[in-house]
Every structure is written in C-alpha cells, then in structure tokens.
Design a protein around this ligand. Sequence first.
Ligand code: PMP
Ligand code: GLN
Length: 388
Amino acid sequence: LLGADGVSKPTVFEELTALANQHGAINLGQGFPDTDGPEHLKEIAAGSIRAGFDDGGLNQYAPGLGLPALRAAIAEHQRRFYGHDLDPARNVLVTTGATEGIAAAIMALVSPGERVVTLSPFYDSYAAMIGLAGAEHVTVPLTWPDFAPDDADLDAAIAPGTRLVVLNTPHNPTGTALSRATLERIVARAGEVGALILSDEVYEHLVFDGPHLPVASIPGAAERTLTLGSAGKTFSLTGWKVGWATGPADLVTAVRSVKQFLTYSSGGPFQAAVAEGLRYDDSFFRAQAERLKAGRDVLVTALRAAGLQVSTPAAGYFAIADVAPLGFNDAAALAYRLPAELGVGAIPVSAFVRPHEADRYKSLLRFAFCKREPVLNDAAARLLRLPE
Ligand code: PMP
Ligand code: GLN
C-alpha cells in the first residue's frame, strides 16, 4: 500500500540517521543543516513564547488558516519574487511543514482509485500519501545523469483520467530544476486531461544559478496549481515545521478542510518569526543559495576525487553519486556499511522509488551538502578511503 518505505518501519531518513549516530558518523544522509537559521528569528519565536496571553504571547492555538501576519507575509513574498497575486484570506494556508501540505493536499484532492502522477525518484512521503489515499501511483522516470524527464514519458503518464500531477522543483533527491519547456509541456498536458497540479517548491530559494521558476508562473498553470513552500529550507530551521500552501481559493479551502482534522494548527511562535523572515531583503535569500552552492562545490569535488561519478545539482541540499565506477553495484548495501566503515552517512536513491523501479537506480547514493565546510571536508577525506 505505502510504496517506497511503508509505515510499519521508520523512514529511511530516521533509520540511517540512527545508524550514523550509533557510529558517530558524519551524517550526509538526512537533509538538515548543521547551523541554525537567523538568531533574530529565534529571538522572535522565544519572545512569543515568553510573553503571556495578555501581552501578545502566542502559546495558545493559532488560527486554523495560520497567523494573519504570516499569511500576509507569504502573499507578499509570492508577489515580490514571482509576481503572483494572492489574497492572504483566500489563497494562503499555513501548514505544519510542507509534509502536512503534501498529506492534506493529496487527501483533499484525490479519491480512491484515481490516477496520480509523480516524477521518479520522488520525495518519499508522496508514495506513502498516494497509497493512504488509495490512489493509483504512476511515475515518470528521471534518468541519470541529467535527470530531465522525457516528453513522451510525460505525455504517456499524464493520461486522460489523471487527477493530480505532483511536481517537485527544485527536486529532491536529484537537485534538478525542471526547465521552462518541461513545465510548459506538463501544464499543457494537465490542462488537456483536466488534472490538477501539486507543486512542491520547498527548495525555491536554494537555486544556485538563476532564478527559481515556479510552476504557477507558467501560462495556464495558476488556476490548477497548488504550490507548497517551507520555512525549514528557506531559513535553515527544519525542526520548526512551518510550511504553506498557496493557490486558487477552492483548492486552498479543500486542503484546509483536511488540515483542520490533521493538526488544526501548530507552532504559533514559529509562525510569528517566519512572518518576519519572509520580509528580509533579497540579499538574505541570495546569501542562502550562495552558501549552499559553496557546499555543493566542496562535496561534488570531493566525491569526484574519490572516484565517483557525480551529477552536478542545480539546487537544493543534495548531490547524487554513482558508485559503480568503484566496483559497487548495490548502493543500498553500501549505505548501510558506510557509517561503520568510513564514518559517513548517505541515502540510497532506491529509497526514493517504488520497489519495482529500484534496479534503475541501484548504484546511486544521495549525499547532503547542507553542512559546514570543515564537516564536508572531513567527510571528503573519509570518502577517499572508500572500501573495496
Ligand atoms: N518536500 C520535499 C521535496 C522535501 O525535501 C522535504 C523535506 N526535506 C519536504 C517536502 C518536507 O518539508 P517540511 O520539513 O517543511 O515538512
Ligand atoms: N526531507 C529530508 C530529506 O530528504 C528529510 C525529512 C525527513 O526526515 N522526513 O532528507
């Protein structure tokens, strides 16, 4: 039912993080930064916790749609960066991380037996939620090393009867940003068959060269696209779990109707801080991408020096390496050996596909570079001693 990971065991991220911790390994598996986002935001959240109820404290339920100040800041952010015109009261919903946005959107928009298309590999929660919704999961393969989908595969997958196309750009785990031509093709095809689009854009501010292209900016997309964002990625505060969904009022209302019974609302003090963060100057957002790009360059260079083939990611937290040139053909088995043998953690790409597609990605490992440079250099030195 649940595709890649199932619910009866921990996610691959949890499992390999635990293994890395057990061996004191450098964890380049689960994607989280090893430096927190702005102190200023932490102070705002702390102040909202310290203040009492009568002094503007935010320790009681936040509104179901999210704090008005955050919804306004999200609408302003979408206008500033993308020129999108959103009404904070109708087109914006705050979620408990993008994870809840994914869950609530799929549950709200998809009925049992309906067809949902994703790229493959995919972020693991998509398959789990499509399975829980009882829907049919159809995938479009992204192929090593450029991970761009093929037009014919897209057309075939987004067939008549498709209810939802789940996109993720920039993409986890491959670091690909979908091209304008690809997005135009997907949007046109979705229009032809009457499908909705759920676009997970949590890495929107971590694009290394050139601006992020939101799906909702493609002509014809806005009226059928629900877009997801996350403060976790943008502000290096992944534990805060503040995300948002934006789009047409009817889609936002549908997602809210599910979200209200999942968590109702969460994290008032964090929401207040994120509202301030979204108003930071453009230079703050550019600096995040620059920092990550430097990390990417350190890691990619190191992996190549270790004899691996590496696809250069355009965005995000992760780089994919092929371990076949070193004589390994089972990256999953290697991922379970690396923490003990080298003191480095990574995630096999096969964890991001359905079991019957795993062979295609068998020799690929995903490494996170959202870490401090000395940590990446230390990991790089260890990787030079890759086992036989
Ligand atoms: N979507 C993608 C593509 C992700 O990589 C992640 C987390 N890394 C999420 C959603 C979840 O985001 P959040 O932590 O805001 O729930
Ligand atoms: N999104 C993070 C990753 O891809 C992990 C999040 C999680 O552990 N669920 O590594």
